[in-house]
Structure formats: C-alpha cells, structure tokens
Design a protein around this ligand. Sequence first.
Ligand code: KG4
Ligand code: ZN
Length: 345
Amino acid sequence: MSTWTRVLGIESSCDETAVAILACRGNEVRRVKDLVTSQVPIHQKYGGVVPEVAARSHVPETVSLLTQALGRRGLGSFDVIAVTQGPGLPIALRVGIEAARVLALLSGKPLIGVNHLEGHVASAWLDPANRRKFVFPLLALVVSGGHTELVIMKDFGDYRLIGETQDDAAGEAFDKTAKLMGLPYPGGPQIAKLALAGDPNAIPLPRPMLHDGTFNMSFSGLKTAVRLAWEAGQATGIKKEDVAASIQQAIVEVLVHKTIAAARHARVASVALVGGVSANTVLRETLGARLRDELPHVGYLPSDRKSITDNAAMIAAAGYWQYQNGTRHDWKKMEARPEWPLGVR
Ligand code: KG4
Ligand code: ZN
C-alpha cells in the first residue's frame, strides 16, 4: 500500500485567505487542517471586493494561518505545496504565491500551481460520499462569483469547456440584483434566505438563451429586469421576498436546464455542482431531482458542504491530483495567472 501524501494548500485569489493540509492516499482523504478567514465583513462596507484591500489583509492572514497549520512540525508537516495560481485578483493571488515560493525554497518540497476552478471541481471529490461515484466523463457546473462554466472532465487534469456565461457570472447576478434591493454583500445567501418566504412566480423575469441550442448562458439582462420591477413595485408595495424568490428561480432554471442538456449531449457518467453558488439549496435540490428523473444512470456529485465557498482544502485536493499526474512547477519562476482558463496547461 502506498504511503500518505500530505499536501499543504494555500488560497488567496479573492476575499478568503485559506490554508489547509490534506493527507491523501489514492481515494482516501484526511483533513489534517482546514483553516479559512473571510474578509466579507471588511468588503461589506464597499458593497463588493476591493482588490487592494483584499491583498493587504491576505498578508497577515496568510502568515497567521500558516503558523497555525504548520505548528511545531513546521516544514516537516507537509510533502507537497499547492497554491492557487489563478484565475483571480492579481495582487491577491501574489500573496499566496509568494508565501508558497518561500516555503518551497526553505523546504525543498515540490510546488504545484493550482487552477482555482479545478480546486472548485475537487470540492465535489472531497465529500467521501461522492468519491466512489466520481467517474468519468464527468460534467462540472462551476458556479461562483466570477465564473459560470460547464466543463467536461475526461480524467483528473483533463478539462474541456463546453459552455459558459457570455456576460455576468451566476454569483455576480445574485450579488448585483441583491445590491439593487439594498441587501448587503454577498447577495447570494441573502436572496436565498428571503426567497424561502417568497413566490418564485410573482415577478416575470427573463431566461435569456434558454433554448438557443448551445450550453452558453447570459445573466446580465436580469439586473435591468429586476431594477425595473423593483422601481415600479415601490408604488405598489412589491414584496422583497417575492423579488428574491423570482430572481433565484430565474437563475436556477437556466443553470439546471443547460446542465441537463449538456449532460445528455456529452453522455456523461456523472455531474458535479461546485463553486460558491452551489451553496444554494434550491439549486442543489432542483438539479438533483431533475437528474434523478431524466438521467437516472448519471451520478450526482454536489460540492462538499464543508468546502463550498473559497477554501484551501479544495486547492490541496486538486494539487494532489496534479502531483499524481506528475506536475511540478519551478518556484523560481512561478507567477500569478489572473486569467488562467481551466483546461489550459
Ligand atoms: O466560489 P466563491 O466563494 O468565490 C468565487 O470564486 O467567486 O463564490 C462566491 C459567490 C458569491 O457570488 C455569492 O453570492 C455566491 O457565491 N453564493 C450564493 C450562495 N452562497 C454563496 N449564491 C446563491 N445562493 C447561496 N446560498
Ligand atoms: Zn472560488
């Protein structure tokens, strides 16, 4: 039996600073450390993420989380270093990367630059219940604040983009429409909470590109439609719960429709739902139910509830896949890749 590989993961691509150590052996995973500090309270003041502010707070947080994670064993507590190299905010990414480079220099251990989106895909694999069902070809719906993509995964490390948003990401659509209604950042969880008490059919909202035959999506029209309905509704006593439920319904319907169509077209064996927006219960349940009804032979792998929003366990997990595939990066040359698409080496 092979030995355990301990992977140190570091994440700083946006507004969460995170450090984790995973012990991996084949399909077995142990979470040795899984630390995250969120800057959400800091960015709430501005109504969104301010890159310079994010980078400045990543610096002390990265040092503090690394100190906690490495503990007394220090450089002896890991075998491999995995750091988010992109996509993300350039100056935020650089904080994690510089820390990882110094650790690689001092420890002499291999360094792997991980694609943040591959990290999100790995968050489905982190759930032990999913791991047995993680079979290829797999379709991943990656839905976060910055990305909305449908990706075919043929093997670990082998990705092909088959559909994506043409404008705003689904998370961005939640965040921007929430802002219009005066709700705090990030808007997704706020909308989801209000929607529990609302009527999803109360306000007619557009579902652009629903039947265009592609696996692409568009969410920017939602902002205008919600703004018009919200402004007109002020005089008639529109309920914010109804608006929230209608927004959620419009976004979920598009995501689920496109995912089912892509799964059918690509004849996949499993479907993963990952990224910050996969925290949305209505999305998780609707996609699960539709797959059960329409493609019952296809496995459903929603992201591990413990690793949905940005974290370092998912970065360590994707780093482990890459490590197994033989990927090694030179710490002397590693730079941030702010626009790194999934599937490009
Ligand atoms: O993956 P993530 O943590 O960061 C990025 O890489 O972007 O995703 C954050 C996004 C935000 O847009 C947030 O509003 C959304 O995920 N989100 C949700 C929910 N929880 C977080 N959207 C809808 N419903 C939720 N429950
Ligand atoms: Zn993310």
